[in-house]
Design a protein around this ligand. Structure first.
Ligand code: NAD
Length: 293
């Protein structure tokens, strides 16, 4: 059993703190909202009257606050100056990479073990204890972080040093946002073209309407590991994107991402890479076309 201070008991923090209490830990909870404190008490947490009181003698301090401004205020003003020297402090909020790096640095300078560990999984994941944590911390303390997050987690992945958890979170969510916008555009165009949504779903989910890894390494069979040869040629992707734009224009569908993608692939093709797999676009956006020659 550990003594855990939990600061920030909102939509996410409420379920997360409850799961720590359920796992048998002594959870001392604090939030500015009286209603949030009452709920936490009902879930087996002990209520503190301030952050400083909650973190007194705590072995683990977890913060789950709205944004970078609150995390900076609570970490710089209360947690770092008052935490026990052997405490592990973890911020699970989603905040700017630069803020996470600077707070991680300030905690290390004060001799504290610290991590940024933003989550994916939403309120349902917080309640069920099935969140995915992306962790930025020194390699040596990751086992402690993994153990501390265990009762709230489905998976805990070490992303790298201070701030790397936040970096992984925003890259992942940018990918998610763009992918979802692309899926939305495709469904909207499918509708305009008279396709049944269920049938289009069945086709897209069983054919190539999903991407593969453009970065060499993680997926051995991907074209990125074979000099981007084979796969689906850039010039063919461009041809199809142009067709999609014609169809969109003819049918009145708005496909801004499709239009942008067509322009990107036209540039890539124009630079002489039409014969490479379309995932080689990675090297254009990285400014590393030389890796394709
Ligand atoms: P929320 O606004 O519901 O909860 C934040 C809580 O922090 C509130 O109860 C607030 O009273 C408290 N708080 C603010 N300042 C405080 C302070 N100085 N001291 C103590 N308590 C303070 O937000 P949330 O939805 O629980 O999200 C928390 C973090 O998790 C955010 O960074 C968010 O981006 C991230 N996140 C949210 C979701 C989601 O689905 N809601 C999913 C993934 C990540």
């Amino acid at each position: 059993m550990s003594r855990i201070a939990f600061i920030g008991l909102g939509a996410m923090g409420a379920g997360m703190a409850a799961n720590q209490a359920k796992a048998g830990h002594e959870v001392r909870a604090f939030d500015l909202s009286a209603a949030a404190l009452e709920k936490a008490a009902g879930a087996g947490c002990r209520i503190a009257s301030s952050t400083v009181e909650a973190i007194k003698d705590a072995e683990i301090v977890i913060t789950m606050l709205p944004a970078g401004a609150q995390v900076r205020e609570v970490w710089s003003g209360e947690v770092i100056p008052n935490a026990s020297p052997t405490a592990l402090i973890i911020d699970c909020s989603t905040i700017e990479v630069a803020t996470a790096r600077s707070l991680g640095g300030a905690a290390s300078a004060a001799g504290l073990a610290a991590a940024d560990a933003p989550v994916s999984g939403g309120i349902m994941g917080a309640e069920a204890g099935t969140l995915a944590f992306m962790v930025g911390c020194e390699e040596a303390i990751f086992p402690r972080v993994e153990l501390a997050l265990g009762p709230m987690a489905k998976v805990v992945i070490h992303a790298g040093g201070a701030g790397a958890g936040q970096a992984a979170k925003i890259c992942n969510n940018m990918l998610l946002g763009i992918s979802m916008a692309g899926v939305c555009e495709a469904f909207a165009l499918a509708e305009k073209l008279g396709l049944d949504a269920q049938r289009f779903f069945d086709i897209a989910s069983k054919s190539s309407g999903q991407t593969y890894c453009p970065w060499p390494g993680p997926v051995p069979s991907a074209p990125s590991n074979h000099a981007y040869e084979g796969g689906f040629l850039t010039r063919l992707m461009l041809k199809d994107l142009k067709l999609s734009q014609q169809a969109a224009a003819n049918s009145g569908a708005a496909t801004p991402l499709g239009a942008h993608a067509a322009a990107l692939y036209a540039l890539f093709d124009g630079l002489g890479y039409g014969g490479k797999d379309f995932s080689a676009l990675l090297q254009l956006v990285r400014g590393r076309l030389s890796e394709l020659n």
